[in-house]
Design a protein around this ligand. Sequence first.
Ligand code: LRH
Ligand code: MN
Ligand code: MN
Length: 424
Amino acid sequence: MIDSDLIAAENAVRTEALKFDYEMLGTHLARRGVDIDTIKKKVGAYGVAVPSWGVGTGGTRFARFPGGGEPRGIFDKLDDCGVINQLTAATPTVSLHIPWDKEDPAALLEKAASLGLGFDAMNSNTFQDQPGQKLSYKYGSLSHTDPAVRAQAVEHNLECIEIGSKLGSKALTVWIGDGSNFPGQTDLTAQFERYLSAMQEIYKGLPGDWRLFSEHKMFEPAFYSTVVQDWGTNYLIAKELGERAFCLVDLGHHAPNTNIEMIVARLIQFGKLGGFHFNDSKYGDDDLDTGSIDPFRLFLVFNELVAAEGKAGFAPAHMLDQSHNVTDPIESLMSSANEVRRAYAQALLVDRAALKGFQEENDALMSAATLKAAYRVDVEPILAMARLEAGAAIDPVATYRASKYRAKVSAERPEVSGAGGGIV
Ligand code: LRH
Ligand code: MN
Ligand code: MN
């Protein structure tokens, strides 16, 4: 981990300016009837899970260009996740992918505890074949025509639950790549029926305090049809399975221009929003850093989440899901965790009473202006003060660079060709 004296020294040179900026922003917000400390407290309590696969350098199907000091396995990945949380205080949990991260649960627990980390939702993987696997997923997994393949995929998901139960996880996220590449290749209805009955088997194996998240994605790897292709199908799944089944929304899994905040509102309204995979995209499942392309859309998603705060049973899981091809993954994940917190802070600033009034009066211009008035506020002093007070870094990226952590792990970790799971 990073030497705490270094964090303190880096913070010392930035503290005076931060206090000044925080006070100025506090004065400005007070004029708008907002108490800055209340916002800071809520933001400081907000955590987003880091995907274990995000700390390895990603790639495309064309190439992968690994950086130095790539994690060699889950224990190195946890070290990197520990650094991210140490400098941001925003990522207290890690979301594991099985079998990429399969290791002795007791050892995983011990390692995570030593880094102050916990475990978030488990992710299953039936979109690849693993070495030594009996049956192939080439033509699908949970929706395969062969019952033996479906049974193998169900078994794998049950194993993920079993591992997660030992780690304190409380949710399983299922994303499958099943679909077809040619019109007529599959019976669309029969394929979905097979998927539903396989998911029912998984649902039956869910411990009483667990939730099951199904994740939709428009296309890829199947290019003609995908079994769980959109939020409509996803809602049907959650509804069919039962009250502990919910929909997971990965922001990058929609067509460009899709109104994702409206999907979020619908799922909240009908009690089926399970959680998020935050990222950003321009064209499809780009897995770009959260808020790097369209921060306003992220804000609009959070506007729906804040509006729903306090609703009975409303507890979505917040995770990042990104692939870092050209940046140091630790820097990207720290920045992304900050972007999520930024959108949350901005959404907390929306004057909801005024917005409601404008909506009732059909004042479209002032309704939009009310949202923009919150979105335009530079909330960085709130985020930075929350970090400082939690013992993290005022400027996480600058502090990380000053620590030379990447150079240090590069010396310790020999280069490996596949860092496990980075290429999805
Ligand atoms: C699929 C996905 C899903 C997987 C992850 C590696 O595109 O978003 O969440 O588990 O990528
Ligand atoms: Mn995802
Ligand atoms: Mn994805």
